[in-house]
Design a binder for this molecule. Structure first.
Ligand code: URP
Ligand code: ZN
Ligand code: ZN
Ligand code: ZN
Length: 477
């Protein structure tokens, strides 16, 4: 009888704290041994010359989420998680959107129906609270947190989604009592509306106006306000998709006042600028996301935040729409006025390669910091650690094997998401994940799909110490 279902031999293993040479023994979906010269595996992978890393956890992805105007997202759970495994991810945390007049339970039932049996990666949901009624705050959230739905996202922008400051305070208060973690999308909706009206009046309705109507001040002010609301309630918060240095300054100033805040940034803020929205023939629509990409100075600031620890999380904010169907000529509203272009860009498959290539391979960050930013800190922040986010005995065998010698040019034709373009088309990448293992099962084997959908399971999240940002921050590099 074999000791292991799978052995990964001769690789360079990295966790958020260490880099070492070791073999990894896997049995029944778990890591059961880490040591030298392991033998007795049903299957053995030779990882000589490769990096063996915890699989990526992308804690910010949108899949099958309805948007206004009846527009359908380009990825369902099968295509979104398929794209994710090819990009070295083993767990996704998509959002479950509560629509108005809907309970959180109803929203969850609908999302589970869409996701169950469809996933290539493991998943765990965040709940978007868009209608914080007394029942939602008083009964639903406490019961759902107890059931393992421990993170909430609130929006300060988007008609139909935004909460008032009072509603955010009440939601934070429930989160504090129940141990939930709150993520905040920080942009000032009234300021955006004011600017949109002005731009429309002036006839300035091309995609570039999306960036002009969401300037840095809109994000900086809302970031400051969200941090102040968290300070008033005395609860840690997560500021998602931070795009620039001024919002980063708010995070640093809040930390100096003793507020516990986790910061997240995304590939678009390192690699794109508002100029990309200027593309000819409405091509700029391919880069419409919120907050919008800024300029080279903001990119440099975000890199500094990654290098110095302002950011603990690096997520994709994958939010895919098909350019041809939804924002091109076939969508009359979205192809004539920027305000009808659905917000969001695809990127679940390219998140890790972009940071690996531009961060690790250039020496900006080391392998442990890469692992922390892309996997470990996500598990710690959202209550999945240490089952997920590390290579340790007893953890799920969620592993990505990286070949640093691969050089690839990003081409959407080679990606696996349901969109019809990549905002990163043509980008040269050094290093790519070649093998992805989800809970002990090889899903992508040397760049070939061998797993099938339905292997990915739903993972309830914990509160308590692993979800306590105060404690987690001590470990966060
Ligand atoms: O433009 C974006 N980011 N779309 C996704 C929704 C969100 O705000 O995260
Ligand atoms: Zn958001
Ligand atoms: Zn998002
Ligand atoms: Zn595609």
């Amino acid at each position: 009888m074999s000791d292991f279902d799978l052995i990964i031999q001769n690789g360079t293993v990295a966790t958020a704290s260490d880099v070492f040479k070791a073999d990894i023994g896997i049995r029944n979906g778990k890591i059961v041994q880490i040591g030298e010269n392991l033998s007795g595996g049903v299957r053995v992978i030779d990882a000589a010359g490769k990096y063996v890393l915890p699989g990526g956890i992308d804690s910010h992805v949108h899949i099958s989420q309805p948007s206004g105007d009846g527009i359908v997202m380009a990825d369902d759970f099968a295509s979104g998680t398929l794209s994710a495994v090819f990009g070295g991810n083993t767990t996704l945390m998509p959002f479950c959107l509560q629509q108005k007049d809907m309970s959180l339970r109803e929203a969850l039932t609908a999302y589970h129906k869409l996701a169950d049996g469809e996933c290539y990666t493991d998943i765990s949901f965040h709940l978007i609270v868009s209608d914080p009624t007394e029942a939602v705050l008083g009964q639903e959230i406490p019961a759902l947190v107890a059931d393992g739905y421990t993170s909430l996202k609130v929006f300060m922008t988007y008609e139909g989604l935004r909460l008032s400051d009072g509603e955010i305070l009440k939601t934070l208060d429930v989160a504090r009592r129940t141990g939930a973690t709150v993520m905040v999308h920080c942009e000032n909706e009234d300021a955006i509306r004011f600017l949109i009206d002005k731009h429309e009046l002036a006839g300035d309705v091309a995609p570039r106006a999306h960036a002009s109507t969401r300037p840095i001040a809109v994000e900086r002010e809302a970031t400051h306000r969200a941090l102040s609301l968290a300070e008033i309630v005395d609860i840690p918060i997560v500021i998602v998709h931070v795009s620039n240095g001024e919002a980063m300054e708010e995070i640093m100033r809040a930390r100096a006042r003793g507020i516990k805040v986790i910061g997240e940034t995304c590939p678009q803020y390192l690699t794109l600028t508002a100029k990309d929205l200027d593309g000819m023939d409405w091509e700029g629509a391919k880069f419409v996301c919120s907050p919008p990409p800024r300029d080279e100075a903001a990119q440099a600031d975000c890199w500094r935040g990654i290098e110095t620890g302002v950011f603990e999380l690096f997520s994709s904010d994958h939010c895919p729409f098909r350019y041809e169907d939804e924002r091109g000529k076939l969508n009359p509203k979205g192809s004539t006025n920027f305000r009808h272009i659905p917000n969001g860009i695809p990127g679940v498959e390219t998140r890790l390669p972009i940071l690996f290539s531009q961060g690790v391979m250039t020496g900006r960050i080391d392998l442990p910091r890469f692992v922390a930013l892309t996997s470990t800190n996500h598990a710690k922040t959202y209550g999945l650690y240490p089952q997920k986010g590390t290579i340790a005995i007893g953890a799920d065998a969620d592993i990505a094997i990286w070949d640093p010698a691969i050089t690839r040019t990003i081409r959407h034709a080679d990606l696996h998401d349901g969109a019809d373009y990549s905002p990163y088309e043509g980008m040269e990448i050094n290093g790519w994940p070649v093998t992805t293992i989800v809970a002990g099962k090889i899903m992508v084997d040397d760049s070939v799909l061998v797993g099938s959908k339905g292997h990915g399971r739903y993972c309830p999240a914990k509160t308590g110490p692993t979800n306590d940002i105060t404690n987690a921050r001590k470990d966060i590099r």
